[in-house]
Ligand binder design. Structure first.
Ligand SMILES: Nc1ncnc2c1ncn2[C@@H]1O[C@H](COP(=O)(O)OP(=O)(O)OP(=O)(O)O)[C@@H](O)[C@H]1O
Ligand SMILES: [Mg+2]
Length: 531
């Protein structure tokens, strides 16, 4: 396949720096030797990208990177005294080029070939290299590792990127939260609504500029200065305080959840589950005057967040019904056990609080708005129920209101929401997640899963994350889980993963033509506990 005429024209203007030399005895499939004039020394630095034109072969060009050199050589006829005559000497540079791929329609893709000797080698500008790799975009996230001038951006309007979900993985302290923050900043700047389930109360000061002096200089390299997010709001579940004074409380409403999701998140036994279903069914039948006829009509009650919303049941009425039925407890249907679990929910004081609004996606889905749900002091059940509530309500709003902006939900510590170990007993929650991602994608509802324990995530979650930012991981359990599910990352990149420093990551995405190692930029906004 030939390159496009525009692409060829671009390389005709490029700077010729040398030619491919003949192979020596130690030649390898991935490398060729560049022979260049010494005057072109500045183009022959390690990590510099070059384009090799090869009109004699089936490929018109190759993308390559300088990996060794430059080595300085001279050749010429020796004089009788064994000295080299300076006027007959030729000085030149040699450097090893690693073939990155062949160029097809202005993109680098994997190749099974190599360029022929004497093929001309051209320098590439950072913009050209970014274009060839597929780094060009409107969300500036960092630079190619080792190359400060090669900026890496993601595309906010590309359906293959955020709408096909994001996975951010890495060991403790590897840079996951900073990366999440960068994604939040850039998505909001590009007009997305962003909602974060904040398990450590880290993101609650993102309306302030970063005060991390150590990172300010690095931020400057990207032409950026510390800055807070403009349209910023913090929420927290009832009874859970937030250090943020102006955080707004919301109540969870039991009736907003599917009975099977409640059962799974409460980890009830089979007999307790039977009791739960029976009680909920009775209450629903009592309250529901008519059967809903369409999906959107069925989703509507979820979207009335006001304290006056009419609910088919509450935690209080469900408990009353369960207590009424307690004498009927048998081996198959355990009202008493269920009542104990519901009492525990009541003590959490997060459910069905009177005069309190519920989680309101209508307020959160505005272009450029960042909403942080601070669940740092909530117990695990409440945290997981907040996540489930958010997924379902954001989905309901997207289904009923096509005019809402693209929306990104960030789920921190995703492994504690759904783990590989619990996946078997959480089929309803997984089903809901799959449904929200599969159908939400077409409506620009996206998710970012953040986890330090990817080995504990069920494989389904990996399959959902088409763009992955993988920071350093050292445990083989976590690495294996990623290697098994990320087909487009080569062995060489995985081998480097345990050695990456904070902020460095393997980036793999449908937007890129091949996976790369990059350095994330620091966040512009403030993060608590970042020191
Ligand atoms: N892109 C970056 N550039 C420079 N330094 C970084 C970058 N990302 C992270 N760091 C440094 O690493 C530290 C840890 O980063 P961060 O808190 O984001 O990691 P984490 O993976 O979220 O950690 P934890 O597992 O504790 O949540 C930061 O405080 C910062 O000093
Ligand atoms: Mg973190």
């Amino acid at each position: 396949m030939k390159n496009t005429p525009e692409h060829d024209a671009r390389f005709q203007d490029a700077k010729l720096i040398g030619q491919v030399a003949w192979d020596g005895a130690t030649a390898t499939s991935e490398r060729v030797l560049l022979r260049a004039s010494v005057v072109n020394r500045r183009f022959v630095e390690r990590n510099q990208y070059v384009c090799i034109k090869d009109e004699s072969g089936p490929r018109t060009g190759f993308l390559a990177r300088v990996v060794n050199g430059p080595f300085f050589h001279r050749s010429g006829a020796p004089t009788v005294a064994g000295m080299t005559a300076s006027n007959s000497m030729e000085c030149f540079l040699l450097a090893d080029l690693e073939i990155q791929g062949e160029l097809v329609r202005g993109r680098a893709r994997d190749t099974n070939s190599r360029p022929a000797p004497n093929s001309p080698v051209f320098a590439l500008s950072p913009e050209e290299v970014a274009g060839l790799h597929g780094f060009a975009g409107d969300m500036l996230v960092g630079n190619l590792s080792g190359q400060d001038d090669l900026l890496v951006s993601l595309q906010s309007k590309n359906k293959g990127v955020l709408p096909r979900n994001l996975g951010i993985f890495g060991t403790v302290g590897s840079g996951k939260s900073n990366t999440s923050q960068v994604i939040i900043e850039e998505a909001a700047r590009a007009g997305w609504a962003v909602i974060v389930v904040d398990v450590e109360s880290e993101y609650t000061e993102m309306d302030q500029p970063s005060d991390d002096a150590a990172l300010a200089e690095r931020l400057e390299q990207f032409g950026l200065t510390p800055a807070g997010v403009n349209d910023f709001h913090v929420f927290c579940p009832a009874s859970c305080t937030s250090d943020r004074q102006d955080a707004e409380s919301f109540t969870l409403r039991l009736a907003d959840f599917d009975a099977s999701v409640i059962a799974e998140l409460l980890q009830v036994s089979v007999a307790e589950r039977n009791a739960l279903f029976e009680c909920i069914e009775t209450l629903l039948q009592k309250s529901r005057p008519k059967v809903t006829t369409s999906e959107t009509e069925g989703l509507q009650p979820l979207l009335d967040a006001s304290p006056q919303a009419k609910l088919p049941f509450t935690l209080k009425t469900l408990r009353e019904r369960t207590n009424e039925r307690a004498p009927r407890t048998s081996e198959a249907i355990d009202f008493t056990g269920l009542a104990a679990k519901l009492t525990w929910l009541t003590h959490s004081e997060a459910f069905d609080q009177v005069n309190m609004p519920s989680l309101d996606p209508v307020r959160m889905l505005a272009p450029g708005r960042v909403s942080v749900i601070d669940v740092s002091v909530a117990n695990d059940v409440v945290k997981n129920m907040v996540t489930a509530d958010l997924l379902r309500k954001a989905f309901a709003l997207k289904m009923t209101r096509p005019d809402t902006p693209p929306t990104l939900l960030i789920i921190e510590e995703a492994h504690s929401f759904i783990s590989r170990e619990r996946a078997q007993t959480m089929q309803a929650t997984l089903h809901m997640l799959r449904n929200v991602t599969r159908r939400g994608r077409k409506r620009w509802l996206s998710m970012a899963f953040v986890s330090q324990q990817p080995g504990h995530l069920p494989p389904e979650i990996f399959e959902l994350c088409n763009t992955r930012i993988v920071h350093t991981l050292r445990s083989t359990h976590n690495l294996d889980a990623l290697m098994a599910t990320t087909g487009d990352v080569g062995r060489d990149l995985w081998n480097r993963l345990p050695l990456l420093g904070p902020g460095q990551a393997v980036l793999s995405s449908p937007q890129l033509h091949r996976s790369v190692i990059m350095s994330m930029r620091p966040a512009m906004s403030r993060r608590r506990f970042s020191q």
